[in-house]
Unconditional design. Structure first.
Ligand SMILES: Cc1cc2nc3c(=O)[nH]c(=O)nc-3n(C[C@H](O)[C@H](O)[C@H](O)COP(=O)(O)OP(=O)(O)OC[C@H]3O[C@@H](n4cnc5c(N)ncnc54)[C@H](O)[C@@H]3O)c2cc1C
Length: 359
């Protein structure tokens, strides 16, 4: 078995890399243990907002901007549920309102977006079911959402990559290069390797050295609700909800350091339902249809892990998407493909280099 490039991991980072390699005429083979999009990439909420989150504004912003533009193109090229969806952040206290006011000022400096801070008496114009305790709301126009599972699968299919359902257990070295990947009892010969194992990137069997990535568990409820759909993505303190094209209200999420445990928990279900009712007490007929849990790949400093591995000349890493890995994936994939083919990228990826962890 052989391929130009072996990609370890069939989450969105690996599949996006395969897609952009395919555009450069390189044939990829994805080694995936559990199925394309079987983990966070197939279960995420799918919000695509480049103007908030860890490192934004800051070192993650250039990657977020690039990724956001690529999502719009992918939305035209692939049928992946891409749609523009306004993002609303609500505030229950004066302190939270102050924080939103700071964000509005910065957001309005960004081309293509429009942010507005609504006062208490205007908030229920957004949705009459919002809590009367909300004192302000930031409405951001210009953000988007995708169906993360559909997008991951579509990228894999459109890439033309071969898929090998197996666990990668080691790399075969030839001097300072890697010439093959051991998976499912055989060796797949290749010219390049991309490690895109999400939270499992820390597996020392592949690179021989630990990378500081850890899983951060998050849970989502898909709810049946009576009444009109929720037309925006409404959030507060890390929680958010919206009505998806499947007609269900998706609500999340929790954050828990629980190792590789990805089993939905009764405690998370209670927490999410409590927060949904806190934001929109006017929602009625709530019934849980599906409850999922999955793991975000978090680098110790919250930034992406992107670029060449230091101890092997032809190995690249695309991981560390954290809370925003669906947003970042197209940019990660495009950057890895450009590095492999031409040795350069159009944005500075130094902040994401593995060297910061002593690599
Ligand atoms: C509850 C929740 C909600 C989220 N919502 C959003 C959102 O709205 N917007 C957003 O941008 N992001 C969101 N995220 C984050 C996003 O889902 C992740 O950052 C992203 O899916 C990570 O993609 P990945 O490809 O790096 O990892 P994964 O999806 O974890 O894929 C890694 C794959 O590698 C495979 N693998 C690992 N090791 C091996 C091996 N040795 N051999 C073979 N296969 C292997 C695994 O089986 C897995 O399929 C959310 C995350 C959570 C948990």
């Amino acid at each position: 078995m052989s391929a130009d490039v072996v990609i370890v991991g069939g989450g969105i980072a690996g599949c996006a890399t395969a897609y952009y390699l395919g555009q450069h005429g390189l044939q990829a083979l994805i080694v995936e243990r559990d199925g394309i999009g079987a983990h966070a990439s197939g279960l995420a909420y799918g919000g695509v907002n480049p103007l908030s989150g860890a490192g934004i504004p800051g070192p993650m912003h250039p990657l977020a901007q690039k990724a956001f533009a690529l999502h719009a193109t992918l939305g035209r090229e692939l049928d992946v549920g891409y749609r523009r969806r306004a993002t609303v952040q609500v505030a229950f206290t004066a302190e939270e309102t102050q924080e939103l006011a700071t964000q509005v000022r910065w957001m309005n400096t960004q081309a293509g977006f429009q942010a507005q801070l609504l006062r208490a008496e205007q908030v229920r114009d957004i949705d009459a079911r919002l809590s009367p305790d909300i004192v302000a709301a930031l409405v951001l126009q210009g953000t988007a959402e995708v169906d993360a599972a559909l997008l991951t699968q579509a990228l894999a299919t459109a890439s033309g990559a071969q898929i090998r359902k197996a666990e990668a257990t080691g790399l075969v070295r030839d001097g300072d290069r890697v010439c093959g990947v051991r998976a499912g009892g055989e060796t797949i010969a290749c010219a390049f390797v991309v490690l895109a194992q999400g939270p499992w990137l820390g597996d020392v069997r592949l690179l021989g050295k630990r990378i500081d990535v850890a899983p951060l568990k998050g849970e989502i409820l898909r709810l049946k609700a009576s009444g009109a759909p929720v037309e925006q993505s409404i959030g507060w303190a890390g929680n958010y909800l919206t009505t998806k094209p499947d007609g269900l209200l998706w609500a999340g999420t929790t954050e828990q350091e629980a190792g590789f445990d990805a089993v939905p928990s009764a405690a998370a279900k209670r927490t999410i339902l409590h927060r949904v009712r806190r934001m929109l007490p006017g929602l009625s007929g709530l019934e849980v249809q599906r409850h999922t849990a999955c793991l975000r790949p978090m680098a110790a400093d919250g930034l992406a892990l992107l670029g060449a591995a230091a101890n092997a000349a032809n190995v690249y890493v695309a991981a560390g998407g954290g809370r925003k890995g669906i947003l970042y994936a197209p940019a990660m994939g495009e950057i890895i493909a450009s590095l492999m083919v031409g040795g350069e990228t159009d944005i500075d990826i130094a902040p994401y280099a593995l060297g910061r962890f002593g690599w």
